[in-house]
Write a protein that binds this ligand. Structure first.
Ligand SMILES: NC(=O)c1ccc[n+]([C@@H]2O[C@H](COP(=O)([O-])OP(=O)(O)OC[C@H]3O[C@@H](n4cnc5c(N)ncnc54)[C@H](OP(=O)(O)O)[C@@H]3O)[C@@H](O)[C@H]2O)c1
Length: 273
């Protein structure tokens, strides 16, 4: 039986994936803040797949906090000997800079530091799988110069656009680090082909709220449909890095500069944790 770990698995696309893999007979570990959402999800799946509750696990955690991420990783390491697929889908959109109780910029912490900790902290459990895969729902294609190495937490000049581009680029570089250490690992940076009708959890201004409320029902895809390409990737993993929008592959660069930036990022992040 595969073990599939899904951060942000209580809602949106993460929940659609959790429902699918539980119905398919996998062991699924869901991470999120809301046990109530997990209970609702599980009750729904259990109606069709009575054995799902025995294969489902919930870890309540706030992944914008480094200590919570570390605790969740320790729990996974204690309770599981192998992880076949790690799907990183936790999301909380903040348009303004916000500092966590630990002193980290919240979006950087949730969208990158936590993912860095999961990918590195579960590396040996992934190595134990025959064909391990990480699917990181960070939309690929950010500019190569999107990272401000001198101010990763954007104390100066924070904008939503800059913060979003930086974490996306950092998550691509994380793939270089992860596959460099484990060539058998598949590491995918993935974004949906178009808007997906999800919770869009976050603290955003009226403009973004209105856009989500008006556009998502009109133009948005259902989460179940949007995640179909992720399911296909997890079911047939291939080693190495790749990037997708929906089911469509996107080009990836692997220049000397990318390798140097990945190493620089790892050094800076390790020092900040
Ligand atoms: N929807 C789109 O159109 C779209 C477009 C581009 C990219 N994406 C990307 O796709 C991924 C999934 O997005 P989505 O729209 O499906 O998200 P969503 O519906 O807003 O769900 C977010 C998930 O993250 C969890 N979460 C939020 N803050 C958390 C925290 N601090 N600690 C732990 N878990 C937390 C939520 O669970 P709890 O409430 O239980 O904490 C929930 O399960 C994200 O990476 C997003 O950037 C989405």
């Amino acid at each position: 039986m595969r073990t599939i770990v899904i951060t942000g698995g209580t809602d949106g696309m993460g929940a659609a994936l959790a429902r699918h893999f539980l119905a398919a007979g996998d062991r699924v570990v869901v991470l999120g803040r809301s046990r109530a959402k997990f209970d609702t999800l599980l009750a729904g799946v259990a109606r069709e797949s009575p054995s799902a509750p025995s294969r489902a696990e919930f870890i309540a955690t706030d992944l914008s906090l480094v200590q919570d991420s570390r605790r969740a990783i320790d729990q996974l390491r204690r309770e599981h000997g192998r992880v076949d697929a790690l799907i990183l889908a936790a999301s909380f959109i903040r348009q303004r800079r916000h500092v966590t109780s630990e002193g980290h910029e919240a979006s950087w912490s949730l969208f990158f530091l936590s993912k860095y900790l999961f990918v590195t902290g579960l590396a040996d459990l992934l190595r134990t799988a025959d064909r391990p895969i990480v699917v990181n729902t960070a939309v690929p294609g950010a500019r190569a110069d999107a990272i401000d190495f001198d101010d990763l937490e954007m104390v100066g000049g924070f904008t939503f656009t800059r913060s979003n581009a930086q974490q996306r680029r950092a998550n691509e570089l994380l793939g270089i680090l992860a596959t460099g250490q484990n060539p058998a690992l598949g590491y995918i940076t993935w974004g949906p082909a178009r808007l997906v009708r999800t919770g869009f959890a976050g603290e955003v201004g009226i403009g973004m709220k209105l856009a989500a409320a008006l556009l998502a029902p009109l133009l948005g895809q259902r989460a179940e449909k949007a995640v179909r390409p992720i399911i296909d990737l997890v079911d047939a993993p291939t080693p190495g890095r790749a990037a997708y929008r929906g089911a469509k592959p996107r080009p990836l660069t692997a220049s000397v500069q990318d390798g140097q930036d990945a190493a620089r990022l790892a050094t800076a992040v390790t020092a900040s944790l």
